[in-house]
Design a protein around this ligand. Structure first.
Ligand code: PLP
Length: 388
């Protein structure tokens, strides 16, 4: 069709390199390890009562800040999980994490404000920051430091325009889980420079091997300068339900309510009912899902450890592994292209997640162990990463 309609500047993307997944569809035996959507079914103890509520009439607009019963449930959950008393005025129900993050940024970022983002990062953050008029500033993290936040490096990036830091722990793509001590170092900097912490708390249930999710909002002095962006997508396998929530100071919630009034108006009502049942049983549902991902990550990490030229940290959190292929001398893109061509396994090149992702691949463990087994058999047999 003739393209006569002019597209707005904000949708005109800079030219990108060749598509790493190009040609993937030609392999009928392709194993796709790029998918961030858990393959498991949404638990029926979430679905069944939500369907029943829908039959009873919960199919209309809800209150704009969210179904009051869900907001109360969120307060109760914060008390149980983190010992934190939050008030209803601090809670806003969103249309999942994507909209929650965009609305949080729109609520506190003015044009030209700088937002620090640990690199590698979930790839949509820079776009979300730019959409709010902000300027993304990558904070390099590295393998040698376990992808932790380096306080000196953070401090060196701060300018009079720095307004916020965007944190994601457990992290996509690196799998790092920030320790309490590390978060305290960052908090001290946030307090000293009057910064907001915007925390993408989407993988909170997925921690392994003694790692612990510590919410930044619980660190001393951070309560009134933290925005928690929560989502039911991963912890409860509810990606398609599009529901999440923010926890933030009441005046921020009011600003988000204003924005949401002309963006989404309300999150889907049936999904909000589902979220109520998810939280009521959270201590039973999420650990069972996490145990399955934990087994997969352990399995995949052990297989990676046996592949010459590839290495990976012990899994700490999330549903991803971020193995290094730096020893091979290949770039991320070369490695991903070779894996696709020779092993018919699709992975994400690490540089998709920022400059610091170069030399890595992201492997999503959203496939069952027998599928992972097949994928790693093929990768091992292809012997792609041995030097020379
Ligand atoms: N944040 C991170 C780090 C993610 O990995 C994802 C999805 O993969 C999202 C946010 C968005 O999730 P949702 O909009 O389904 O809540």
């Amino acid at each position: 069709m003739q393209e006569t309609m002019r597209i707005a500047q904000r949708c005109i993307l800079p030219p990108s390199g060749p598509n790493f997944a190009e040609g993937a569809s030609q392999y009928p035996d392709l194993i796709n390890l790029t998918i961030g959507d858990p393959d498991l079914a949404t638990p029926s103890q979430i679905l069944e009562p939500a369907f029943e509520d829908a039959r009873q009439g919960h199919t209309k607009y809800t209150a704009t800040k969210g179904d009051p019963a869900l907001r109360e449930e969120i307060c109760r959950y914060y008390q149980r999980a983190y010992g934190l008393d939050i008030a209803l005025e601090e809670v806003f129900v969103t249309t999942a994490g994507c909209i929650g993050m965009t609305e949080a940024l729109l609520a506190v970022i003015d044009p030209g404000d700088e937002v620090i983002v640990p690199d590698p990062y979930f790839m949509i953050y820079p776009d979300q920051i730019r959409m709010a008029g902000g300027v993304p500033v990558p904070l390099p993290t590295c393998w040698e430091e376990g992808f932790a936040l380096n306080p000196q490096r953070l401090e060196s990036l701060i300018t009079p325009k720095t307004r916020a830091i965007l944190l994601n722990t457990p992290n996509n793509p690196t799998g790092a889980v920030y320790t309490k001590e590390n978060l305290e170092q960052v908090a001290e900097i946030c307090i000293r420079h009057d910064l907001v912490a915007i925390c993408d708390d989407i993988y909170t249930g997925f921690v392994y091997g003694g790692s612990q999710f510590v919410p930044m909002i619980t660190i001393e002095g951070m309560r009134h300068r933290t925005i928690c962006v929560n989502s039911f997508s991963k912890n409860f396998v509810m990606t398609g339900m599009r529901v999440g929530n923010l926890v933030a100071p009441p005046h921020v919630i009011e600003a988000v309510d204003y924005l949401n009034g002309f963006l989404m108006y309300t999150a889907p009502s049936i999904s909000q009912r589902a979220a109520i049942y998810a939280l009521r049983d959270a201590e039973q549902i999420t650990p069972a899902i996490a145990a399955e991902f934990g087994r997969r990550l352990e399995y995949a990490a052990e297989r990676i450890g046996r592949i010459p030229g590839m290495s990976v940290h012990k899994p700490q959190g999330s549903i991803y592994l971020f193995p290094s292929i730096r020893e091979s001398g290949l770039s991320s893109r070369q490695a991903a292209a070779l894996l696709l061509e020779k092993a018919h396994v699709l992975t994400m090149p690490g540089d998709e997640f920022g400059a610091c992702g170069e030399g890595y691949l992201r492997i999503a463990c959203t496939q069952a162990i027998p599928v992972l087994e097949q994928a790693f058999d093929r990768i091992e047999q292809a012997g792609l990463f041995q030097k020379g």
